[in-house]
Design a protein around this ligand. Sequence first.
Ligand code: NAG
Ligand code: NAG
Ligand code: NAG
Ligand code: NAG
Ligand code: NAG
Ligand code: NAG
Ligand code: NAG
Ligand code: NAG
Ligand code: NAG
Ligand code: NAG
Ligand code: NAG
Length: 861
Amino acid sequence: MTSRLLHCHGAVQIALILFVLQASYVSSVRARAISGGGCIASEREALISFRECFVDSAGRFSSWRGQDCCSWKGVRCSDRTGHVVKLDLGSQDYSDAILLRHQLSSSIAGLRHLRYLDLSFNYFNFTRIPLFLGTLSNLRYLNLSQTDFLGIVPTQLGNLSRLQYLDLSIYCSNCLEVSDLSWLPRLSLLKSIELSGINFGSISDWVHKVNVLPNLEILSLSNCGLNSTISTLSHSNLTNLEMLDLSYNHGLTGELPVWIGNLTNLSYLDLSYNMLVGSIPSGIEKMTIGNMTSLIYLDLSQNNLVGSVPVEVGNMRSLDILDLSQNMLVGDVPDGIGTLSNLTYLSLGLNNFSGVLSKEHFVNLVKLEYLDLSQNSLKIYFDEHWVPPFRLTGVYLRSCDMGPQFPSWLRWQTGTFTLDISNTSIYDVLPHWFWVAFSNTYILDLSINQLSGALPEKLELPFIEVMDLSRNYLSGQLPANLTAPNLGNLLLHNNRFTGTIPGYVCDGFGEINLSNNQLTGDFSECSATGRPLIMVDLKNNNFSGEFPRFLQNATELSFLDLSHNKFSGSVPTWVAEKMPRLEVLILRSNMFHGHLPKLLTGLVGLHYLDVAHNNLSGSVPSSLARLRAMRFSKGGDAHNYSSDSISTFVKDRELNYTHELTKKIVLIDLSSNVFTGYIPTELCFLKGLRSLNLSKNQLSGPIPGNIGALRGLESLDLSYNYFNGEIPSSVSDLNFLSCLNLSYNDLSGRIPSGQQLQTINGRYMYIGNSRLCGPPLLDNCTTNYTDQNFNQEHESEMHAISSCYPSLCTGFILGLWAVFCTMLFKKTWRTAYFRIVDVFYDKVYAQVAISKVVFMKKFLR
Ligand SMILES: *[C@@H]1O[C@H](CO)[C@@H](O)[C@H](O)[C@H]1NC(C)=O
Ligand SMILES: *[C@@H]1O[C@H](CO)[C@@H](O)[C@H](O)[C@H]1NC(C)=O
Ligand SMILES: *[C@@H]1O[C@H](CO)[C@@H](O)[C@H](O)[C@H]1NC(C)=O
Ligand SMILES: *[C@@H]1O[C@H](CO)[C@@H](O)[C@H](O)[C@H]1NC(C)=O
Ligand SMILES: *[C@@H]1O[C@H](CO)[C@@H](O)[C@H](O)[C@H]1NC(C)=O
Ligand SMILES: *[C@@H]1O[C@H](CO)[C@@H](O)[C@H](O)[C@H]1NC(C)=O
Ligand SMILES: *[C@@H]1O[C@H](CO)[C@@H](O)[C@H](O)[C@H]1NC(C)=O
Ligand SMILES: *[C@@H]1O[C@H](CO)[C@@H](O)[C@H](O)[C@H]1NC(C)=O
Ligand SMILES: *[C@@H]1O[C@H](CO)[C@@H](O)[C@H](O)[C@H]1NC(C)=O
Ligand SMILES: *[C@@H]1O[C@H](CO)[C@@H](O)[C@H](O)[C@H]1NC(C)=O
Ligand SMILES: *[C@@H]1O[C@H](CO)[C@@H](O)[C@H](O)[C@H]1NC(C)=O
């Protein structure tokens, strides 16, 4: 029993074991009580004064009454000597924590015979670990894990020369610190040491301190900030290791030592989230990973491992959890995986594995619950009638090749929480059984396939939080009746849905994206009850009617795109009042008319305003200058990645910009309306502006002389208006300008020169202004140039240049894709995925964490 205790980690196990212990000790206490036994008075006093230090709202000390302290809950005395040998006030969570009220009394230092002290999961009011613990020289077991002690771990712990079990691990990184480890080798009997979460700061010789502990079975130094090389860890004294956890140090380097295969007692190996290099020890070496036949838990994810997975992996028959994700592993997935009949968790995602996975790889995996093969170059092929032996809760197969038929084996996966088969080359009808099999799912991602067919008229998905069917060929009407009370993100964009909008759509929360379909009708019947809708994208459908009124209840909305529809009427004055958090407003290509509401300027976060291609009239409100978010550059990286991307952005904006990019860009586009009057000079206060497009209106008067104050401007389009006068010389101050179009106005005089202008200058930018002169025009201002022929000659060529279109800025386009793509793909798929599911991050994470807990249970059994 004692030796088992030394291995005790899982809170559940602690509880179980304690329960057993308690049951047995209660009976022994009873026996002593009958024989007149009691506790030693001085020890009782020590316990009482210890108790007095705490607030105990959960009644942990409620049994601490009467003389016989040996019968108090959590206290145990030696049957032989009567001394208190065990004090167990540990817990499994914080729900019944005791809370330190004053300075911790050194009274328990009086419990000289104490062998076992557990104070885990309690609150010590951010005090330091008391030095007097170092005087409890009989301690075998010390557990202060998940407490809130702060500061330096005292070196006095080195006096506990009999200690076999030491657990100081904490969730809070950087709360505890070790500044000196010279005490560690003095604890030569240590079997288990867990210091996870403690900052090791500048200690680089931890390896040597650990190497000399000859009895070590458990070593857990996760999230300690270790950045040395693992290769110096020595096998000679660590032959008994059962558990090695060096995960989340982020800086641990070096190759996996070859001797790792010699650790034949090892059950648990977690080196994830480090910078390990090299390959996984395999056949060439005498002892390979395949000799670690007692390994239950193997996690090498998030490192820089290369090479292939050794075929010997098939020998590790005890494996329960295998996570090799996020490395640079290549080659086939060994068939041997299929023999690991105890495997519940298999994650190979985000590597460069290739080849075909067939049922042979899975035929014995009867316990498999979590499967992640995403983002490799794998093809998964099972024959049509194969019934898998497993039922998965998490299925992540993004970017595997599973098509062209819809994978029929999924039919049997009826207990799935998350299904991600995005971009899996499926070219088929979405079968009706799918909605039955996955009716209890939380997250469904079928995006980027070629799925066709219609959705059922009635759908009940009681748990669904994210439904992503985007970028497919789905058609027909949206389900008339969708029961999905938890639905956050409804992503149906880029399909071929037709028909009108069912009422539930408007009452969503999170993100609603119906863009690029053929939906019709208006939103007059649609109402929202005020759930926190963040993003609504209805772009490029055939919606009609007035500006949707249900948005009056969308008080949290930050993104709204109604572009490329047939909405009409005026832009309501309530926009700012009812959607005060709006940052991006896109009404482009509709039939809105009337004035732009002045109140728009109440939107303190609005940095992206695109109302182009409507029939809006009146003057450009000078109050736009009050849009606070446009007065400063967005983000620190404003011009780092952007100069190029804005060009793409302007180009792609029409239909397929990314929502991400709109977040970064400060833009006003009022083009192709019937605005009249002058450009308000106040507009030049919007110093964050990066793109200003006023083209194709009926604006007149001069270009404001202070336009050069818009220092961040990258794109300026004033073409097709009636602007007159000279081009202000301050235009040459626009150092980031990559697109300029002043064509078809009534400008005159000499074109200003300047470095950036020189770079981008082309005659097209000025065409249609008969009285302009100077480079790049042929006229050098020495003659009065009145030749209208110039325009006519070039009219056809120039007509294509209707607005500031980046084909005019070709120089930038090549570069920009590189930047743009890096930006998109630099993030890992996990982060990317989490970004999509955003608010549900915790749930997904918890799922992984739970798998680990489940494992711990087994491991510690
Ligand atoms: C925690 O310690 C602070 C002093 O550091 C003290 O003011 C406070 O009362 C303590 N809280 C409790 C609950 O004892
Ligand atoms: C490890 O971290 C310490 C403290 O941050 C630093 O002094 C040392 O140079 C780092 N070593 C390596 C190999 O990065
Ligand atoms: C193994 O432990 C012994 C005794 O603690 C020590 O002398 C020896 O140096 C250790 N071996 C290594 C490789 O550190
Ligand atoms: C590993 O085990 C093999 C075979 O038992 C032995 O030959 C080898 O010396 C061991 N390696 C180390 C580093 O102990
Ligand atoms: C290691 O595994 C290989 C087979 O993979 C086996 O031949 C060899 O005997 C094993 N060595 C030990 C020491 O178990
Ligand atoms: C598989 O797990 C079961 C139960 O957890 C255990 O009894 C059995 O020994 C394991 N099999 C192997 C090969 O480790
Ligand atoms: C949708 O289905 C639910 C459950 O079957 C039913 O209670 C509800 O009346 C239906 N709603 C509509 C609009 O048909
Ligand atoms: C706004 O929500 C309330 C109830 O929360 C509802 O009565 C009202 O009709 C909603 N208004 C719109 C325009 O959807
Ligand atoms: C935009 O659409 C075009 C064609 O429709 C496509 O080739 C391009 O990759 C898309 N761009 C983005 C950023 O999705
Ligand atoms: C200006 O252009 C005219 C005709 O194109 C030319 O004769 C004259 O030399 C030029 N003047 C200068 C200063 O380049
Ligand atoms: C251009 O014409 C104006 C009158 O139209 C005249 O005043 C000016 O001197 C002329 N400039 C040149 C350079 O011929």
